[in-house]
Design a binder for this molecule. Sequence first.
Ligand code: 3HC
Ligand code: NAI
Length: 703
Amino acid sequence: MTTLVNYRVEDGLALIGLARPPVNALGQPLRAAILDACERAAADASVQAIILHGAHGLFCAGADIGEFGSEASFAAPDLPNLLLRLTALDKPLIAAIGTLALGGGLELALACGYRISEPDARLGLPEINLGLLPGAGGTQRLPRLIGVEPALDMMISGQPIGAGRAFELGLLDRLASGKESLLDDARAFARELLDQRAPAQRTSRFANPAESVAADFLSQFRAANEPRWKSRLAPRLVLAAVEAACNLPLAEGLVREHELFKEAEASKQSAALRHVFFAEREAGRIPGIEADIPLRRIEKVAVIGAGTMGGGIAMNFVNAGIPVALLEQKGEALDCGLANIRKNYEISVKRGKLTAAQLEQRMELLFGTLDYADLADADLVIEAVFEKLEIKQQVFRELDRLCKPGAILASNTSSLDVDVIAASTSRPQDVIGLHFFSPANVMRLLEVVRGKATAPDVLATTMKIAKRIGKLPVISGVCFGFIGNRMLEPYSREAHRLVLEGATPTQVDKVLTDLDLNMGVFSMLDLAGIDVNFLVRNSNRAAFAHDESYCRLGDELYAQGRHGQKTGRGFYLYEGRNRQEDYEVVALAERLAGELHVPRRPVGDQEIHDRCLFMLINEGIQLLDEGIALRASDIDLVWINGYGFPAHLGGPLHYAEQLGLDKVLAGIQHYRRTLGGYGEMWFKPAALLERLVAAGRARIEKI
Ligand code: 3HC
Ligand code: NAI
């Protein structure tokens, strides 16, 4: 017997403990070990019932994601067949679920005749987040057990449910008392079943799951949900599998599920989402810094500036139970900032996401002040004042004077040089950039900007605290715009220029939203504010001075006071949130093109796609080459989580790999040749892209 499972027999019960840390992922060796152990128990006449459990608490997080796309995924015993074998055992098999049963882990439990779980365990079918559907019977067995509607909800949302809810739904037969150990309760449950001479498999509640819903339920569900799936394949395959559960006997439904699963596994979308899964875990690793480096203690945080960003930043820490001192320069601004935070929480109370008591508890963790002396005991200070270097330097000099030794001093600057800010203190090793995205209490991305003097433990501590407040931290080096905004620059430049050449904002945005980006460039600029974008551009004007046409349309709109959604006019005209093309903007583009001698012509959608996307990708590759980004996958995470790039395309650099790096390079070279002086000015392939293509590499990495 391998060490992947613990096996013991006690008083007629076989206890089989899955022991493949950290999460009992069901790779081929563990599958084989489970089958061996179950067959051994089945063959042992002294065994009357079998309990399957997680040897170290957690039950099982599902199939081994690393196996997908390789032969190992279907190597015998494959998961569907292993589970079929378990359902055929003639002794009661009981899943004792500790902490977590996800994906194939929950399907393993569904193949058992009975299920008992810890009261605080979470159970779910998150395959959809990986571009998959449950592929080991989940789409067929769960609707039969709990009905189509809740089963579909679990599969389409991908969200786990708590054990209490699972018990109500009939997914669990028993909740453990929480007084004894889970295994003790499972043993007692097994004895009861044996005393009652219970069958090896309980009959499912719905022999025909179609009976659990109205006849038109699935068609209504499709009509209501399909638009928001955009071009995602997995939800459609989940629905097809549930349709099979409603229309076919179990054995045939399982065959259909397997076909659909294979289609999903082979899809580019699933490959992209699996890339994202591993990218998120990789982003936390910092080359050269040991995982066990001693961290600084963060028990008290201070935020300077209670404006748009400062308020949201403070909320993140308060939500995690960490007290925050919020400092402003004037009482009025402080009151206004605190009132905004309260208003935000009140909205959560109205939506039922927070209780009134929790709101008060959170507000009590917030302490407003006008006095820097109150920051003296803060472990982490985050500055979010106006984007002016002199003001930030002044703030950091003050912090240097007052903060305790070892306090981490962070800036939320979006464009200023973190090294220059650090140099205004006597402790640059303690200074770091923490670039939150707006709204800061909602957006998951956090660019952690490592200055040239930032100490390793400061970096490691901020990565850790970022995770504690629910963020996805990605490390960036210091440069104008860090990773995300620096890539936004060439992408938005091309969008502006294409409109001068003859495209319309609507056409450009549609090409991007057809690719499933959340928003097109122009809708995004209108939302963020054309004024905000103009000021950032202006602060770096010298870098673009050689191109007279550079974002001229945006500059003109700014000058006309068309600042986007908030003024009702920007690249589009707005009535509330509804936007429409504005022919004045099209006329303005025509006039500017004339003045700048930019020839107008019909612009095709492919050209829009290639120029915007290839320039975005090229800048990303350049950032990797410069060492600003540590990994291509980090760049993908920034654009997925900060800029609405679709996760099922895997982020811009994964998308480039799927398109083919040679095609991307050829496209850039094509526009360099065909766009005249403009092409020569901007369409310069990143040296790393050229090296990768010359070396015949398909993956983007630094070589
Ligand atoms: N397969 C392979 N590795 C997995 C895994 C899985 N299913 N789940 C987690 N891991 C690995 C992670 O990659 C990580 O490895 P690392 O330390 O080398 O980076 C390690 O386990 C710990 O994971 P986390 O860092 O994510 O730890 P957390 O405690 O934050 O989260 C978790 C644990 C909630 C289990 C989370 O990892 C998770 O959500 N995992 C994915 C679960 C999932 O999607 N299951 C469905 C798989 S598909 C399937 O089952 C198909 C079937 O229907 C046929
Ligand atoms: P804001 O104008 O809404 O808020 C700034 C606040 O700082 C104001 O309330 C002001 O009274 C206060 N303040 C100014 N000087 C101060 C001082 N010396 N001491 C204490 N308080 C002071 O600005 P916003 O949008 O919150 O931006 C803050 C920072 O965050 C800027 O550096 C900005 O570049 C950055 N940022 C902004 C994003 C956004 O989308 N708004 C996104 C990411 C970063």
